[in-house]
Design a protein around this ligand. Structure first.
Ligand SMILES: [Zn+2]
Length: 459
């Protein structure tokens, strides 16, 4: 079905993220149906007509941002609840208890609000790492909102991680195949379904190799959490004589279609394993820093980028703070400058690539998204620069990464359709949705019996 034609006219700056990384001043874009059919100077597209023309005179246009690790389905109801001093293990146990207690309807509404937030802030595509339980109900939210999503159902076969279901490898294969067959390519191709394991610590060798095989045979991806914290490293050394990523390499569970999440405590040999196998990585700076993971002490983002490793960015969950992908971009750009006392570490441009073209590569979607080029899908964010944080606009990359955030996004287009217009979602009454999710959060907390009053007295 045709989406009609849209012309984005006369953008102040267009960050193409194309192979030359051109920034086009006074730029126009023509969208026909799902795809971009022309990109150039406004003067070159003068006289080109469209069903709809968007005046972008004061806009900076970027590719839609890509969040490669974002648990979307519950945190809208619980974010802000947990004390920052809570033990990370207890904190995760509480969040999982609450997410597992959600009804189908609650998961739909919390997903829809999470998606509304990320779309409003310019993120058009995200990977939900397998914690959404009611995919059929949540498909409605993906369909209504118009987002692009990589989804799946995580599997594990070693108990001990909260109350998550434990599957045998055979069950994991059947479940993963079912999810891929049912959802991969749905909603005009906006949905990709992947194989997903919870993490390396709760998965046997047989489970991991089984679902890797499923991913390979269905020509799709595999993601799993791989923090590589001290406990995980010690466990793998004791059990297998290898560190976690060397172990994954040994059993054949690395490769170009594998995306490892968090990846904080890698040593040089593990970084080499990742580089050699073209395994993709996603780091989540908001989660890592708030959980005190020592991301600049142990993290090797500068070395990974130097080796040409594809690293995307995620926010992990709204429980760690804003789900605005630009918060991750900002943290990626500043953390290692400070940690390494080197202002050349992770330039703004590299950080922005992580949330656009490299994020698209991490998700295996770079043929279609991640840059603004003729032939690609029309996933775009238009930032309104008529705001104080955008002055003075000498360098749109610097202003975007260091000064702006997602709140200046005016218009968002996914797959050639406008989903955010004048800062507002076109697919839902946002305030009604917010009120509904507030009720879900309060109800859920009392049902599960979790309460964390603020440290300061509420009088
Ligand atoms: Zn996660």
């Amino acid at each position: 079905m045709s989406n009609g034609t849209i012309k984005i006219d006369g953008a102040r700056f267009l960050l193409t993220l194309d192979p030359e990384r051109r920034i086009i001043q006074d730029a126009s874009i023509l969208i026909e149906g799902q795809r971009i059919t022309r990109v150039g100077k406004a003067s070159e597209l003068r006289g080109v007509e469209a069903d709809r023309v968007i005046d972008a005179t004061d806009m900076v246009v970027t590719p839609g941002l890509i969040n490669a690790h974002l648990h979307i389905s519950y945190a809208s109801a619980t974010s802000g609840m947990f004390p920052d001093s809570m033990d990370p293990g207890d904190y995760l146990a509480d969040t999982f208890r609450m997410s597992l207690a959600m009804t189908e309807e609650e998961e739909y509404y919390t997903s829809l609000l999470g998606i509304t937030e990320v779309l409003k802030y310019g993120t058009t595509c995200f990977l939900d790492p397998g914690t959404t339980r009611f995919l059929d109900a949540c498909m409605k939210a993906y369909e209504e909102s118009g987002c692009r999503i990589v989804l799946g159902t995580h599997v594990m076969d070693r108990p001990g991680a909260s109350d998550f279901t434990v599957n045998t490898p055979a069950e994991a294969r059947a479940l993963t195949e079912e999810v891929i067959k049912k959802y991969d390519g749905a909603l005009d191709g906006r949905v990709r379904a992947w194989a997903m394991a919870l993490d390396v610590d709760h998965s046997s060798r047989e489970l991991l190799t089984t679902i890797k095989e499923v991913a390979d045979s269905h020509n799709t991806g595999l993601t799993l959490h791989c923090v590589n914290g001290p406990d995980s490293v010690q466990y793998h050394l004791e059990q297998f004589g290898k560190r976690p990523i060397e172990y994954l390499d040994q059993i054949g569970v690395l490769g170009p279609n594998v995306l490892l999440a968090h990846v904080i405590g890698l040593n040089d040999a593990e970084v080499d394993c990742v580089a050699r196998t073209d395994t993709k990585l996603v780091m989540c700076p908001p989660a890592a820093t708030k959980m005190g993971a020592g991301t600049t002490i142990h993290g090797k983002l500068p070395e990974m980028l130097d080796k040409g490793i594809c690293v995307g960015l995620g926010n992990d969950s709204g429980n760690h703070g804003s789900v605005d992908t630009l918060r991750s971009v900002y943290l990626a750009a500043i953390l290692y400058k400070d940690g390494r006392q080197n202002v050349a570490a992770v330039p703004a441009e590299a950080a922005l690539e992580m949330a656009t073209i490299q994020g698209a590569r991490a998700l295996g979607l770079d043929a279609d998204i991640g840059s603004i080029e003729v032939g690609k899908k029309a996933d775009l964010a238009l930032f309104d620069t008529r705001r104080p944080e955008w002055r003075t606009l000498f360098n749109p990359v610097n202003s975007l990464v260091y000064n702006a955030d997602g709140r200046s996004v005016d218009t968002v287009i996914v797959d050639g359709k406008v989903v955010i217009e004048n800062h507002q979602p076109v697919f839902v009454n946002e305030w009604e949705l917010i009120q509904r999710v507030r009720g879900i959060g309060e109800d859920l907390a009392s049902r599960v019996g979790i309460s964390h009053p603020p440290s300061w007295p509420i009088v």
